[in-house]
Design a protein. Structure first.
Length: 278
């Protein structure tokens, strides 16, 4: 969120090799750089890295602050106005927080709206899209954060779950859809324990781990880090295990989003045949 500092570092030649040492930067800094070269022996031809056809206009790295922890860390960087917008997107009374309009027949545009942030995991920097994660009951429920010492949103600040959509040329341990769970409702360690037991028994499990979430350079809270879409991965697994129908072709998979009453665009969520509405 801080204003960027732009520097030009000239290259140094040593035995036919050119290098440009980037000055040391403080912890929690994101360094972006490009490489420019001009070749006098080739008619002053120029080269730039990344190239104009590359997906990102610059190379990046993260200056990891030295912290006494062995727990994996995720760093998110958000502008205060955009962080505030995340809360505005879901700050509606439940249970009809997802819908609006006459008789609740319109899906609220802001419910799944994303903002652009910078995320870092295991030293890899990614510009990605983010939104709050969760059901219509609990997406905007979380522990209130008081006296936040860092750069933060205006107004209410809660420890909520996040969903990150990484660009197609970036992945974290092979995954692009990332969920940071707030561990707030029920037993926080329940999913982790169930997955650990399933893994030991050779059953299907969702790869995830505990992580420390830092936002704008300040520790927020411990979270669970989920790497896969649970519905699709579980269907693939059980389809492979069912020997009598292992060749079944996977169709479109949907997670039930309804509840115990009709919400207009979201019908009742008990697998009944949906009737026309609105």
């Amino acid at each position: 969120p801080a204003a960027p500092s732009i520097q030009t570092v000239p290259a140094i030649s040593s035995f036919g090799v050119y290098y440009a040492p980037i000055p040391a930067q403080p912890g929690n800094s994101i360094v972006r750089y490009t490489i420019h070269a001009e070749f006098a022996t080739l008619g002053n031809a120029k080269a730039v890295s990344p190239r104009a056809t590359d997906p990102m206009p610059y190379h990046s790295y993260f200056v990891d602050p030295v912290e006494a922890t062995t727990v994996p860390q995720v760093h998110l960087f958000m502008r205060p106005a955009l962080w505030s917008q995340l809360w505005s997107n879901v700050d509606h009374e439940y249970p009809l927080s997802r819908v609006s309009g006459i008789n609740g027949c319109d899906i609220r545009e802001s419910w799944n709206k994303k903002i652009r942030i910078v995320a870092v995991y295991m030293g890899e920097v990614a510009d990605c899209d983010a939104r709050y994660q969760g059901s219509f009951w609990h997406r905007n429920k979380g522990e209130e954060i008081e006296n936040w010492p860092g750069i933060g949103p205006s107004g209410t600040m809660l420890a909520l779950s996040y969903r990150l959509a990484l660009p197609r040329f970036v992945n974290w341990l092979g995954h692009r859809q990332i969920i940071l769970g707030k561990m707030y409702q029920g037993c926080p360690q329940g999913p982790y324990l169930m997955n650990a037991l399933a893994k030991e028994a050779g059953l299907y499990y969702v790869p995830h781990q505990f992580t420390r979430l830092n936002i704008n350079g300040v520790f927020l809270r411990g979270m669970t880090l989920l790497f896969r879409d649970i519905v699709e991965e579980s269907h693939k697994h059980f389809n492979q295990k069912c020997w009598h129908q292992s060749s079944e072709k996977e169709g479109h998979l949907f997670k039930v989003q309804g509840q115990f009453n009709d919400e207009g665009p979201y019908g009742i969520g008990d697998f009944r045949l949906l009737q026309s509405n609105c």
